[in-house]
Design a protein around this ligand. Structure first.
Ligand code: 5GP
Length: 190
């Protein structure tokens, strides 16, 4: 998505450790009009696919997911991050390794909110090594539901998580894919 690439170039900052900071529109302050434009792009990408639910992960996936859901008129379910893995049987749960914090956590979704009849579009803000998406895919599989696709606003292609998922047969459609980045320069996949 050209407009997203331009926004990343004009407002993004590359931090040490391969982190892109986009706090001005996606991760702290939310540019809601722009988020809705991203939602419209996601709707266009999945035109013709039957989607019953949007699934994301707290906290930073929620804004993009709500924008997509408001354009597609579907409900959003977000997986909660729990510190403990001592969980009741009423939850689907999966372990995720956090790229930004370097620790493991458990994500949970109440069984009431996903069923075998659901066709799920998974949304997140960033795709790096793919751990967050793999956790969400695990949860969809536990529900016996179908993953229609995975879309992140920004995929850091050089970390390989998106390509692994594509190889595994998932439809992964990121709105901007960064091939290379440094403090001086960001290059997108063409
Ligand atoms: P993964 O699980 O694919 O390795 O990493 C994706 C998750 O880590 C996303 O949910 C996102 O919150 C966070 N993340 C990974 N890389 C970045 C980054 O460069 N910038 C920001 N703001 N978050 C990131």
């Amino acid at each position: 998505m050209e407009a997203l690439e331009q926004k990343i170039l004009s407002e993004g900052t590359v931090l040490d450790g391969g982190i892109l900071k986009v706090g001005s529109f996606l991760n702290q302050q939310l540019d809601v009009d722009f988020l809705i434009k991203m939602g419209e792009e996601v709707k266009r990408i999945y035109e013709g696919e039957r989607i019953t639910k949007i699934l994301t992960i707290e906290a930073s996936g929620i804004a993009v997911a709500v924008a997509v859901a408001s354009v597609m008129h579907k409900n959003v379910v977000f997986a909660k991050k729990n510190k403990t893995s001592n969980l009741s049987g009423e939850l689907f749960s999966a372990k995720v390794h956090s790229f930004t914090h370097g620790t493991d956590y458990t994500v949970t979704v109440p069984k009431d909110y996903l069923s075998k009849d659901d066709r799920v579009l998974i949304i997140d803000d960033f795709l790096a090594n793919g751990n967050a998406l793999n956790g969400l895919i695990d949860i969809v599989n536990q529900a016996g539901a179908k993953v229609v696709g995975c879309t992140c606003a920004v995929e850091k292609g050089f970390q390989g998580g998106g390509d692994e998922l594509r190889k595994a047969g998932y439809r992964v459609e990121s709105l901007a894919v960064i091939e290379k980045m440094s403090a001086e320069c960001i290059e997108f996949r063409r």
